[in-house]
Ligand binder design. Structure first.
Ligand SMILES: Cc1ncc(COP(=O)(O)O)c(C=O)c1O
Length: 334
């Protein structure tokens, strides 16, 4: 590949065209049929959210979202004077009917959702729920930001099709990224939406950073066009399956009477509810002193202080087991 790299210049405002064509082909495998001009290459999904918050949303807008959500752990929307309005979830995903209860906030509202392997709960929104959510959002004219950064990381079977495949009126902005599947440091993601929106946000992106790294875009193109990305995903899924099993077994062995959880069908996370009422802060500090870094639930929703987000993606297998073992000991002693 090194021999093919010509001097690097700025790319087009929407990003490298060949990469956008390759992403179109990749999206077709998910049932999303779009054109390169409806795609903006971004420096990760996080930048897409930033561009949306600056370029599309108004001060005082309401963002409906799952509660808990990854978005509560970011300050950008709140600091842009937007109101985050959480919707409850069950094991089939967020409960769309709850939107009606927040009717008064609907004007200039958008919905941000992570329907597939939700961060932090790992929940996979069922197909029926997706259809219902789309129906309600269409009826209430609420645009949707669909964050699908974990969508490729299914373990047991492919997830239901993205909301974007059900989008009749161009009201879904769809986000994807290579961060969770390939490499977060590459900083390559994509946003799919109506051409007019993509054009506006690509202008804003040009003014922000003159485009994502050309080198990273070419590396991403190589992964997609060589077929290596698909191959790599198969390996990642196999590894995730092994790791999930190790984590599930360790939870059963060491936390059975102390906590409850559901087995995730993909993604990285297990959302663990500690049975004892305890201050997250104390648990966090105790665990840290014992060499275990925890992700307390209240980062993702204030009231989720009895929850922990465990990840089985990053740590080596022995450390996953050891970490859960130590966690069990700590909870028992508190
Ligand atoms: C749901 C979700 N969206 C977006 C991001 C940001 O991803 P990226 O590295 O592509 O900016 C993350 C990272 O943790 C995430 O969990």
């Amino acid at each position: 590949m090194a021999a093919q790299i010509t001097p690097l210049s700025y790319e087009e405002p929407r990003g490298n065209e060949r990469l956008r064509i390759a992403i179109c082909r990749y999206l077709e495998t998910k049932g999303i049929y779009t054109s390169p001009s409806s795609i903006l290459i971004v420096s990760g999904a996080l930048q897409a959210l930033q561009l949306i918050s600056i370029g599309l949303l108004r001060k005082g807008s309401t963002i409906f979202l799952e509660r808990p959500s990854y978005l509560f752990s970011l300050s950008m929307f709140q600091s842009a004077e937007m109101k985050l309005s959480g919707l409850p979830m069950d094991d089939a995903g967020l409960i769309p009917n709850e939107i009606f209860k927040l009717k008064h906030q609907k004007e200039s509202a958008v919905l941000y959702t992570i329907p597939t392997f939700h961060n932090p709960t790992g929940i996979l929104m069922r197909e029926k729920r997706r259809i219902e959510l789309m129906r309600i959002c269409e009826k209430e004219q609420i645009p949707i930001i669909e964050d699908n950064v974990y969508g490729d990381l299914w373990i047991d079977m492919p997830p239901p099709a993205p909301l974007k495949t059900l989008d009749k009126y161009g009201s879904v902005l769809y986000l994807g990224s290579l961060s969770k599947t390939l490499s977060p440091g590459l900083r390559i993601g994509w946003m799919v939406g109506p051409e007019s929106v993509i054009e506006r946000l690509s202008d804003l992106k040009m003014q922000t950073d003159y485009g994502s790294s050309s080198l990273s875009q070419r590396v991403a193109l190589e992964w997609f066009s060589s077929g290596l990305y698909e191959e790599h995903l198969n390996n990642v899924r196999e590894q995730l399956k092994i790791r999930r099993e190790v984590a599930m077994q360790a939870l059963t062995d060491y936390l059975k009477r102390l906590a409850s959880w559901c087995e995730p069908k993909g993604g990285f996370f297990i959302w663990v509810k500690v049975s004892k009422q305890m201050q997250n802060k104390h648990l966090f500090e105790r665990a840290l002193a014992e060499g275990v870094l925890l992700n307390p639930g209240n980062i993702y929703a204030k009231e989720a202080y009895q929850y922990l987000r465990l990840s089985y993606a990053f740590a080596p297998i022995d450390e996953i087991k050891e970490g859960i073992y130590r966690l069990g000991k700590i909870i028992q002693s508190m």
